[in-house]
Design a protein around this ligand. Structure first.
Ligand code: UDP
Length: 243
């Protein structure tokens, strides 16, 4: 099936509803097809624009989904509206639900040790049908490839990679050749939420499209990242004029 895409500053976003995306990914997992998903927000798009290697990584993904209201705003500015926001958090939750019914094998990579451990415990408690085949914190030596070998040996159906961007996407592409199957998705701060370490922005903030502001209040160290947003809007506006 061919899909509709919206190109935002060089990043091709798939344009589906959340339910459609969920069913596309479920289908790949059921068929044991190896799949790479990027959940991208304006920070990622801007970073990819400046870093060609990272841009290539993003473009090599099977699907780039719009994880951020800024992406929907940009799509509207380009007069190519995207149907719905598809966040890494929501996708993770719905895939865990599905996996709970189907007995999928899941590997949890990333986060600080305590966060990773607690997130794993919560998944085992809340989704007893899932087989959590392994976990590892996100602070390890990439060079020796040991963690990647472990993931490859366990051949999970889903590998949740929470190393923050751009590391999570880099780790996935660097090691992709080792894996025979599985859905590989960079999920950033989702692991902090599953572990209970961080709270997702309440709906009130989400509805006002101010989730980014809520996160900034909770983690003031993120201020630098927010600065990228006006720049993002400006560049999308400029790209519209060029087209
Ligand atoms: N993280 C990690 N290894 C690293 C850097 C980050 O495991 O080398 C984890 C971090 O502990 C956190 C998650 O990645 O649990 C998401 O980090 P961040 O909020 O920076 O992600 P982003 O929003 O950039 O995707």
């Amino acid at each position: 099936m061919s899909h509709d895409y919206v190109n935002i500053l060089g990043v091709p976003f798939i344009n589906t509803s959340f339910a459609e995306m969920e069913s596309i990914l479920t289908n790949h997992i059921d068929k044991q097809e190896k799949t790479f998903v990027v959940t991208a927000n304006p920070e990622i798009v801007m970073y990819a624009k400046e870093n060609k290697d990272y841009q290539k990584i993003i473009q090599s993904a099977h699907y780039v989904v719009p994880d951020g209201n800024g992406i929907l705003l940009a799509a509207n500015m380009l007069q190519k509206p995207i149907k719905e926001r598809v966040t890494g958090f929501d996708l993770t939750m719905s895939l865990l639900e599905e996996g709970n019914k189907k007995g999928w094998h899941v590997y949890l990579l990333g986060g600080r040790e305590q966060v990773n451990k607690r997130a794993a415990e919560n998944i085992e408690k809340d989704y007893p049908g899932i087989n959590l085949v392994g976990r590892h914190n996100g602070y390890f030596d990439w060079e020796d490839g040991q963690v990647a070998e472990e993931v490859a040996a366990k051949a999970p159906d889903i590998v949740l990679v929470a190393l923050g961007f751009p590391r999570q996407e880099e780790w996935i592409t660097t090691n992709y050749h080792r894996f025979s199957k599985g859905l590989f998705m960079g999920v950033g701060g989702t692991i902090d939420i599953i572990s209970g370490e961080m709270k997702r922005a309440p709906e009130f903030w989400q509805n006002l499209k101010l989730e980014w502001f809520y996160r900034l209040l909770k983690q003031p160290s993120r201020w630098r990242r927010v600065l990228v947003l006006p720049q993002f809007v400006k560049q999308v506006r400029q790209s519209r004029k060029r087209d």
